[in-house]
Ligand binder design. Structure first.
Ligand code: NCD
Length: 318
């Protein structure tokens, strides 16, 4: 199957079939446990990071992945580039392509931005988050984490909680889960931040979906295998005092406390995931419980991105 990935753009999780997703997850397992196999698959190859939005985990794990594969990372910082003078995304991308990047990783606050870049350049483009739309590499690492924990994805009860309206991680993840048999998805959110109706419609045609108000969270915890918490996406609210007020109102109501977990009595192997960064939505003492797996989840980003980069931009016989 390797050859189907070479030079390919990764814009949406829907670009991959279930077999392709499972193949990437297997390769990520090799990257984690048999790293010698990975050697220098990107030797002499260059990744250009076009990050127009802040990023900690995604940017640094992509960077580490390239270095560990023997490749190089172009020193391109949007915030000190001509983008600040008003250069368009298309022009910036064309120029980076002309300099010979072998793979371009894009993060941008506009939905569809990675597609736009992919349409004007020849190098493969990997979407590292486009607005509220998609975050396919996050989804691959989320699936990898779930499989690592539970040994399977089929048949699990997964609750996605928080900002389901603007959160791109949950848009991609819920779509990917429809590939697996017998999953049940719980969307738990404040009324103002519900999963967009179109996505719910799409997913519920293939998978069991329940939409639940935020005050039903405790009941969901009792039943779920995985609680996928998300941050309220402050930066995607309307600008100005109205948006600020809306954000404050919601964020005050949204917090997972240890007390709530104790009351709910979750299953023994219940676990909490979060794409990070987390702000106030998880009481910090939960970090030290067996339930919290978000730091290992973030680490898994390295293995998944190594696997993906090797497949998309690795040496021909790599
Ligand atoms: C997420 C993102 O950028 O969408 N972060 C990440 O890549 N781990 C989640 C978020 O910012 O809330």
């Amino acid at each position: 199957m390797e050859e189907t990935f070479k030079g390919r753009d990764v814009i949406s999780i829907e670009d991959f079939s279930k077999n392709e997703i499972d193949f990437i997850l297997d390769k990520a397992g090799e990257a984690e446990h048999e790293s010698l196999k990975y050697g220098d698959k990107m030797k002499g190859r260059i990744m250009a990071p076009l990050f127009f939005e802040p990023s900690t985990r995604t940017a640094s794990s992509f960077q580490m992945a390239v270095w560990q594969l023997g490749g190089m990372v172009m020193d391109f910082d949007v915030f000190s580039s001509s983008v600040k003078k008003g250069e368009t995304l298309k022009d910036t991308a064309r120029m980076i392509n002309g300099y010979g990047a072998d793979v371009v990783v894009v993060r941008h606050n506009k939905d569809g931005s990675s597609r736009l870049v992919a349409d004007v350049i020849s190098a493969p483009v990997i979407n590292a988050g486009d607005g509220k739309n998609q975050h396919p590499t996050q989804t691959l690492l989320d699936l990898y984490t779930i499989k690592e924990l539970k040994g399977k994805i089929d048949g699990l009860k997964i609750a996605m909680v928080g900002d389901l309206k603007y959160g791109r991680t949950v848009h991609s993840l819920s779509s990917a889960l429809t590939n697996y048999n017998g999953c049940e998805i719980f969307f738990v959110s404040p009324e103002e931040l519900k999963m967009p109706a179109e996505i719910v419609k799409n997913i519920s045609s293939k998978t069991e979906v329940y939409e639940i108000a935020l005050d039903g969270l405790e009941g969901v915890i009792r039943d779920a295998d995985i609680l996928y918490m998300t941050r309220i996406q402050r930066e995607r609210f309307p600008e100005g005092p109205e948006g600020e007020q809306q954000y404050k109102k919601i964020s005050l109501r949204y917090r997972l406390s240890k007390q709530m977990l104790e009351r709910a009595k979750p299953k023994e192997d219940f676990r909490i995931m979060h794409p990070l960064p987390k702000i106030d939505e998880i009481e910090p003492c939960i970090d030290d419980t067996k339930y919290a797996i978000y730091f290992k989840q973030a680490e898994n980003g390295l293995y998944v991105r190594k696997a993906l980069l090797a497949l998309v931009a690795g040496a021909e016989n790599g």
